[in-house]
Design a protein around this ligand. Structure first.
Ligand SMILES: *Cc1c(COP(=O)(O)O)cnc(C)c1O
Length: 339
């Protein structure tokens, strides 16, 4: 039994569309997006392509589908792809990168900081051509921010080094930018500064931006043409999608609000630290805390009406637009009351 209204830090996906968003959705101009391009879908896709500094973009129902579409377009059966250990495409998409896109995953160890990989490791793994039975490595998947590393940010210079190491060795580059908006806001750079040298990028609208549904996968116009076919193949073609795209457009007006989530994450980490918790310093909106018994801690928190989740053996708190600074303070009060 919880005595208080629950404070939900499980994920930034728990946000509900607010009045302004619902109003935009109800007034959206729509058409059948499978038969002809829905005008609001088109507006959203053009705006995202522009923000990401690429030619074209495609709305998709989820980030997982966006990643899968990109991998399906890039990989041939048995091609090896590289990704940082703990990457969403490796651990949290049911192995679709292998069983649908046909890729052979190869994790790269973190170097220097959580969630980061080195250009040298990319070069070494891409490797020279071996005998005929050697695997073909054809793709590097980046993730910025890196979720399971606690929302860690790869800055533009380091990103550019990774992308050029990939290109030098003949790899394509896909960027899983589910929280690329958070990285851009944390760094104070435009999102396009973090897509330099990539072939494709996936960004979520349903996380920090607060849309109920949707992601966008983007790249060249040729890629998007192919991606539209694969989306349909996966059952992801939608009809009057403008209703959903309208929510995404409202979300994009609120990019700067992510700075509030980042400040709230810092306050939460500081407060937990003061209560003796072992917390990593958050770079964006994810706070990871190491605890002796994950299950016991998560249940204890739930009993206090503070919802968190498990991530890489730690407790993960995620701040988002539906938790305020006052909610963070209240969560800390509840935790302190039993400390
Ligand atoms: C959430 C997430 C995704 C997938 O998004 P869904 O919309 O939940 O499918 C992909 N990559 C990363 C890094 C994520 O955090």
């Amino acid at each position: 039994m919880t005595r208080h209204a629950p404070l939900d830090f499980r994920s930034d996906t728990v946000t509900r569309p607010d009045q302004a968003m619902l109003l935009a959705m109800s007034g959206a101009e729509v058409a059948d997006d499978v038969l002809e391009h829905d005008p609001t879908m088109r507006a959203l896709e053009e705006r995202v392509a522009d923000l990401l500094g690429v030619e074209a973009a495609l709305w998709v129902p989820s980030g997982s589908m966006g990643n899968l579409i990109a991998l399906t377009v890039h990989l041939r059966r048995g091609d090896r792809f590289l990704a940082a250990r703990g990457a969403h495409v490796l651990d949290s998409e049911l192995g679709t990168a292998a069983w649908i896109a046909g890729g052979m995953p190869h994790p790269l160890e973190w170097a220097g900081a959580p969630g980061r990989i080195s250009a040298d490791a990319v070069r070494a793994a891409a490797g020279a051509d071996g005998p005929y039975y050697t695997l073909r490595t054809t793709l590097l998947c980046l993730e910025n921010t890196h979720n399971s590393a606690g929302g860690s940010v790869t800055p533009p210079d380091e990103h550019a080094l990774l992308a050029s190491a990939a290109r030098e060795t003949g790899l394509r580059v896909h960027l899983d930018g589910a929280r690329l908006w958070n990285a851009a806001v944390a760094l104070g750079v435009p999102p396009a500064a973090l897509t330099v040298g990539v072939d494709t990028v996936q960004v979520c609208l349903s996380k920090g931006l607060g849309a109920p549904v949707g992601s966008v996968v983007a790249g060249s116009s040729g890629f998007v043409e192919e991606a539209r076919r694969v989306r349909k193949m996966l059952g992801g073609g939608v009809r009057q999608g403008g209703v959903l795209a309208a929510a995404g457009l409202v979300g994009l007006d609120r990019l700067d609000d992510l700075a509030v989530d980042h400040a709230n994450a810092k306050a939460l980490a500081r407060g937990l630290g003061e209560l003796g918790w072992q917390v990593d310093e958050p770079e964006t909106n994810i706070v990871l805390a190491g605890v002796p018994d994950l299950e016991v801690t998560l249940n204890g928190l739930r009993h206090l009406g503070v919802y968190a989740g498990p991530m890489a053996g730690k407790v993960r708190f995620v701040t988002h637009r539906d938790v305020t600074a006052a909610d963070v303070a209240e969560a800390l009060r509840r935790i302190q009351s039993v400390s």
